[in-house]
Design a binder for this molecule. Structure first.
Ligand code: ZN
Length: 241
């Protein structure tokens, strides 16, 4: 499986808290997370230049695209966001992490504002699994605890998810649809809320297992090449502006 990780590098990651959470860099942590299960991982950095490393060639060979972004969503070219959404509709799997809820590809694919409420308190998030046997959370029990996380709360302006995999509860009392599967065309999407850059959430073994299982779950079942060669795929293409 070819996994491409798009991860921005922002100033918050260079803060003492950010460096303490991810001395190796959050992007490298994510690349290792998916690589340790045998995926071939390519890490691409997003910054004020956009995501120049996410070439059409790389996108074309990607089975699962992982997107972590926060500060630089506006620097991603509209045409590139269209291309990502188009690839998902043609069968590429996609994981959107944490503040990628506000990314251009996510909003294109979901068609809503994707706004939410938030509070950066570093409080406990208990992530409940309404279906503990779902392949994404299998083996993890009924819930996992994330000791310190940014609060993301309802109302979350998304379409009704095709599968609600995780419900987050925060110490402050809020709840959030923190793990959602959406189907678009031939592609599958998983959104996962935990992962603020100054908390080492992606070091937690249960979170790593969950994300590895999520990548497997959204990956094209027949391989991206076969999926894209389907003679009916043009019906999923999106007109370019
Ligand atoms: Zn955050």
């Amino acid at each position: 499986m070819n996994v491409t990780v798009v991860c921005e590098h922002n100033d918050s990651m260079d803060s003492p808290e950010g460096k303490a959470a991810y001395p190796e860099g959050l992007g490298n942590c994510l690349a290792a997370l998916f690589g340790e299960k045998g995926a071939h991982v390519t890490l691409v950095t997003a910054d004020r230049q956009g995501v120049p490393g996410l070439t059409d060639e790389l996108l074309g060979s990607t089975d699962v695209l992982v997107w972590w972004g926060h500060w630089f969503h506006g620097y991603v070219a509209d045409q590139q966001a269209d291309a990502v959404a188009d690839r998902v509709r043609r069968g590429m799997g996609m994981l959107f992490l944490h503040s990628a809820h506000d990314s251009k590809p996510f909003k294109r694919l979901l068609g809503t504002s994707c706004t939410l409420s938030w509070r950066e308190d570093g409080e406990l998030e208990r992530l409940w699994f309404p279906s503990p046997a779902h392949p994404i959370v299998r083996g993890l029990g009924e819930y996992i605890d994330i000791p310190h996380e940014e609060m993301y709360g309802e109302p979350f302006d998304i379409p009704v998810p095709d599968e609600l995999v995780c419900i987050g509860w925060f110490e402050g009392g809020e709840v959030f649809r923190g793990g959602c599967v959406f189907r678009r065309g031939r592609g599958s999407i998983f959104y996962f809320n935990p992962g603020h850059e100054t908390y080492p959430t992606y070091k937690l073994p249960a979170v790593r297992t969950l994300l590895q299982q999520a990548a497997e779950y959204v990956a094209p079942q027949v391989g991206i090449a076969e999926t894209l060669s389907c003679r009916h795929f043009e019906q999923f293409s999106v007109p370019r502006r």
